[in-house]
Design a protein. Structure first.
Length: 214
């Protein structure tokens, strides 16, 4: 089994990591353009594509149910607005890139995940939520976050030595989440038609994740 994880950016482009079921990074790329994605998908033939972006604008309001449930568990995340609000704010340009990535994935035969098996689909992931749920706690402050996320990958058996910078680490967390999804060990809260964030655990901690006190 192979999982392609994609970290989305505007100026920086896409970071992509492919993990196999041994959790070995088969590829790790930086600064890809969106139009290069079809070739990578064809070359690597992943069983799932895990994209760090919502697949579409919210149908109403400033966030989706999946984001509200993630936040209720103590994990901060951005809300996805409606199209009219999002297109007026350049901050959301990265989401537009993510929408294009989902569109390309679908054109390559990977429909957007809604329910059921994740095999052969494109799933929405959030690497920060993946790291928190795998660790069972909130991570440290921003300054120490990269080291902590690398440790999360290492603890899950991923060789993180080849990964350069936070965006490749996040792409690897996305790919790892894809492997969990292929194995059926995942949770996808929210409305499937609106879009759901896949996390690599069967349930979120109740009532909330907390930061470990050292």
């Amino acid at each position: 089994m192979r999982s392609l994880g994609i970290d989305v950016g505007v100026r920086k482009g896409l970071d992509a990591v492919v993990l196999d079921d041994r959790r070995v990074p088969l590829q790790a790329q930086r600064g890809m353009q969106v139009n290069e994605l079809p070739a990578l998908i064809k070359e690597t033939a992943p069983h799932v594509i895990a994209i760090d972006s919502p697949p579409a604008w919210a149908r109403s309001g400033g966030s989706r149910e999946t984001e509200r449930q993630i936040r209720a568990a103590g994990i901060l995340c951005f809300g996805t607005p409606t199209e009219d609000r999002g297109m007026r704010n350049r901050f959301y340009d990265w989401m537009v890139v993510g929408f294009r990535a989902f569109g390309i994935a679908e054109a390559c035969g990977y429909s957007r995940y809604r329910t059921g098996s994740a095999d052969g689909t494109a799933i929405e992931v959030f690497p920060h939520a993946s790291a928190v749920t795998l660790a069972g706690r909130l991570g440290p402050t921003r300054r120490a976050r990269l080291h902590w996320r690398r440790d999360v990958l290492t603890n899950e058996g991923v060789d993180a030595d080849r990964l350069v910078g936070p965006d490749q680490v996040d792409a690897a967390l996305a790919a790892l989440t894809g492997l969990f999804a292929l194995d059926g060990s995942f949770y996808a809260p929210g409305d499937p038609e609106e879009g759901v964030i896949v996390v690599p655990v069967r349930a979120l901690v109740s009532p909330r994740y907390v930061r470990e006190v050292s």
